[in-house]
Design a protein around this ligand. Structure first.
Ligand SMILES: Nc1nc2c(ncn2[C@@H]2O[C@H](COP(=O)(O)OP(=O)(O)OP(=O)(O)O)[C@@H](O)[C@H]2O)c(=O)[nH]1
Ligand SMILES: [Mg+2]
Length: 291
């Protein structure tokens, strides 16, 4: 049996890091997991090994290029002994930006986006919030950077022309979800697991993932609750796939990254927070999507 999930998320939302940590966890078997590995289709073994080695060394993943999108096929076994092939594409976030900005995607991505399970990644530290016009203007005046009025497409003078890429994170994500429910991407009701990645950055706030979403991305939260078509199911996960921030921008080792490298059981760096408990089991959201 083949089951497919698709990992969606804007650029640098944590998709590749998740896959690297998942592969480490499945191959090292040091922590309890709901899914286990039966076998891997050989063509992607080298790629998975490469990203998992970077992960084990606590090194940042390379940005995925649109020309470097790959689909990893894993054969997994669930707790009740069911064996199935899982297709897990590692798509560059740029491809999702393009859907929003240019309303375009390639046939291969269209096919991947028709998967029955959706993993939606949001990096908790990279959320672009909506700004208040009055606040933005006040700030511009304060720093002496008041933009000159320029004509927009309709010929009206506006202070800053609107650009799709400047839209708030939640606006872009709600639109992506809306696209999943319209042709050519519509395949009926699906399950969606929202992964709030880099959860280590906010876990001190002691706010459960669902409440975090409501506080920081209220439009998306409302859309997930009331905007999805009938039959869709959602669950929100807080996920730290790295454990902490890695080395600084210049590549100099930080205390946190060294602490990650020194851990005896690297899989214990992983943290998955969901209503009802916390674990090191990164297969949890995947397993829920397949349920
Ligand atoms: N602190 C922390 N940072 C994380 C975690 N997961 C990912 N990151 C950081 O988030 C950034 C983006 O991670 P990637 O996994 O490359 O994101 P991506 O979605 O594959 O990005 P694209 O390939 O550009 O689409 C990197 O700087 C990671 O180091 C985490 O669990 N904790
Ligand atoms: Mg990537």
């Amino acid at each position: 049996m083949t089951k497919a999930i698709v990992a969606m998320g804007l650029p640098e939302s944590g998709k590749t890091t998740f896959l690297a940590a998942l592969w480490h966890l499945l191959t090292n078997k040091k922590v309890q997991a709901q899914l286990s590995l039966e076998k891997l289709a050989a063509e992607e073994a080298a790629y998975l090994r490469e990203i998992a080695i970077r992960w084990a060394q606590a090194k940042k993943q390379e940005r995925t290029r649109t020309s470097g999108n790959r689909t990893v096929k894993l054969t997994l076994r669930s707790g009740n002994g069911e064996v199935f092939d899982l297709r897990f594409p590692d798509i560059a976030g740029e491809a999702f930006s393009e859907i929003w900005e240019r309303r375009e995607c390639t046939p291969a991505i269209t096919e991947a986006l028709r998967a029955a399970g959706v993993l939606l990644f949001i990096h908790v530290d990279k959320i672009k919030s909506p700004g208040w016009i009055a606040d933005d203007n006040a700030l511009a005046e304060e720093i002496g950077d008041v933009p000159e009025d320029v004509p927009n497409e309709e010929g009206d003078d506006v202070s800053v022309p609107w650009k799709a890429e400047d839209s708030p994170t939640q606006v872009q994500l709600v639109d992506l979800l809306r696209c999943l429910q319209a042709p050519p991407l519509d395949v009926g009701a699906r399950r969606i697991a929202v992964v709030l990645s880099a959860w280590d950055k906010v876990e001190d706030e002691d706010v459960p993932p669902e409440q975090f979403l409501e506080l920081h991305l209220p439009l998306l939260h409302q859309y997930l609750a009331h905007g999805l078509s009938a039959g869709w199911e959602k669950r929100i996960f807080g996920v730290s796939a790295q454990g902490a921030d890695y080395d600084d921008m210049n590549g100099a080792p930080t205390a946190d990254a060294d602490r990650m490298r020194d851990m005896e059981v690297p899989s214990q760096r992983i943290k998955v927070v969901v209503e009802g408990g916390t674990s090191h089991d990164l297969t949890e959201p995947v397993n829920w999507l397949l349920g």
